[in-house]
Design a binder for this molecule. Structure first.
Ligand SMILES: Nc1ncnc2c1ncn2[C@@H]1O[C@H](COP(=O)(O)OP(=O)(O)O)[C@@H](O)[C@H]1O
Ligand SMILES: [Mg+2]
Length: 475
């Protein structure tokens, strides 16, 4: 099973779709209109920003009404071709698979055709993407749902889409609603989280429930409790915001000078910018030639950055920056319209997940280093593997080190290479506690005995020295 919380908590029915009650009602009314034959408006268009529940609502509707689903993402080249092919053949009596084959429709059972990211249909400028969608809408004999972020861009060229579809708007989800969803998920996952942390996450999401759930998963993973939200996540989002804007000016628009300026505003190292551009170039540029030319700019930028690192030629930094912004922007032949779903660079994602592990590692190495008079780096390279081996095998060593080094629970988990809440770690900590408790008791007893002995031959109390009346102060 997927461990992506946005998938795990996807609504199963319309009743679970939060926010936008009006949109849900309109969607139901449209679906009901199919009960008595084919309605005038065979397509509904769900319009709204990402993470507001459009795809979820479409799938939930099908589940509630017992409809089959054919889901196609129009920004995928293969799907786009299939949609066009089918529209050309005017063959929409039956529904179809992404391969362009027909699903036969069982008697009485409707098939919902979901065209997700319809405003992004691949190559719609020159290869008839929009006409294909219009054709699908006009000749469909089954219910069709179009999902779009940018309705205006799609309808500029077609009035048919405007008049023959039922348009349903999805607004951003309110922070209080987002908070409610997050609280439920945290509870279900057994993660304790403070109200202030929930509020921060909710405010920060900008009404995008998907990203709110993702943020929650990012901060909660591997912890039982999120008390004070790691503010780095939040500020990382701020940088991300300017980064997303810069991405738009590089990838979507055709003004290289402004792309260069926008990119320069982002406070990130050129290496990070390169990761962003590299990750998102293939998502944004769907024409092969644009992609090729763009990638050449990225490759050049990468070799300049290599010089910076190997030879400290910092002057090359700005060249790399220009290639990544100006160069990549100028590499395309025309504007890229519609919404582009940029991705956070996967490399950075992996690194930030391992960041806390690295922090723990350096703490542990510093503690061991202090004891054996070695630097943390030396400990990490030379000692840690053996230390770890002994720690895992030898119970006495384990207890002694945990006590002498004052190891915290996450440090023990790190050394054992186990999760914090695993039984192995819990055992060590409870053994340590027992040893320490026993020690305390012994100490107390020892102290008591000493007290008694002292009392037995206590000398008579000497008179306390009286402060001299003359010397009030030292100065
Ligand atoms: N209105 C909503 N109700 C419940 N969950 C939602 C809602 N909106 C988004 N989500 C959560 O976010 C994820 C992505 O939402 P999705 O429906 O794909 O949004 P969109 O299609 O508008 O971008 C879902 O899997 C679900 O976990
Ligand atoms: Mg969607």
């Amino acid at each position: 099973m997927s461990d992506d919380w946005t998938e795990i908590y996807r609504p199963h029915g319309l009743g679970e779709v939060v926010g936008n009650p009006k949109a849900v009602e309109e969607l139901k009314a449209w679906a009901d209109s199919w009960a008595s034959g084919r309605p005038a408006k065979r397509a509904a268009v769900l319009i709204g920003t990402p993470g507001t529940g459009k795809t979820s609502a479409a799938l939930a509707l099908a589940a509630d009404y017992g409809w089959d689903v054919v889901e196609m993402n129009a920004s995928d080249q293969r799907n786009a071709d299939a949609i066009k092919g089918i529209a050309m053949r005017g063959a929409l009596g039956q529904t179809f698979t992404p391969e362009g084959e027909y699903h036969s429709t069982k008697a009485g059972r409707l098939k919902l055709i979901i065209l997700d990211e319809a405003d992004n249909i691949s190559g719609r400028e020159d290869r008839g993407g929009v006409p294909a969608i219009v054709e699908v809408v006009r000749s469909a004999k089954q219910p069709v749902i179009l999902i779009v972020n940018d309705w205006y861009a799609l309808t500029k060229k077609s009035s048919v889409l405007k008049t023959q579809t039922e348009q349903i708007k999805f607004s951003r989800i309110k922070p209080v609603t987002v908070r409610g969803v997050l609280r439920k998920i945290a509870k279900d996952q057994g993660v304790k989280i403070s109200d202030s942390a929930l509020e921060l996450l909710a405010e920060n999401s900008g009404g995008d429930l998907r990203s709110a759930i993702r943020d929650l998963q990012a901060v909660a993973t591997g912890r039982e409790e999120v008390t004070d939200l790691d503010t780095r996540v939040v500020s990382a989002r701020e940088v991300e915001k300017t980064m997303y804007q810069a991405m738009d000016s590089v990838f979507k628009y055709t003004d290289p000078m402004s792309a260069r300026a926008k990119m320069a505003e982002v406070e990130e190292a050129p290496d990070t910018k390169l990761l962003w551009i590299e990750e998102n170039l293939p998502i944004a540029y769907r024409e092969s030639l644009d992609l090729y030319n763009g990638m050449r700019q990225v490759a050049k930028a990468s070799s300049y950055l290599g010089w910076v690192h190997r030879r400290q030629y910092y002057g090359f930094w700005s060249y790399a920056g220009d290639l990544l912004s100006f160069g990549v922007c100028a590499a395309k032949r025309r504007e890229v319209r519609g919404y582009v779903r940029y991705q956070f660079p996967s490399y950075l994602m992996k690194m930030s997940r391992s960041k806390s592990v690295r922090a723990t590692q350096s703490q542990v190495c510093a503690k061991i280093g202090e004891m054996v008079h070695m630097s943390s780096a030396e400990v990490r390279q030379e000692l840690l593997p053996y230390f770890r081996l002994l720690f895992k095998r030898d119970k006495e060593f384990q207890l002694r080190m945990t006590i002498d080094l004052g190891l915290e629970v996450e440090e023990v988990a790190f050394i054992l290479e186990e999760k914090i809440d695993s039984n192995a770690v819990k055992h060590v900590m409870s053994d340590v506690k027992r040893v320490l408790d026993a020690k305390d008791q012994k100490m107390e007893k020892a102290i008591d005995r000493k007290k008694v002995l002292d009392m037995l031959d206590e000398p008579p109390a000497a008179p306390k020295p009286q402060p001299s009346a003359l010397q009030r102060t030292l100065f």
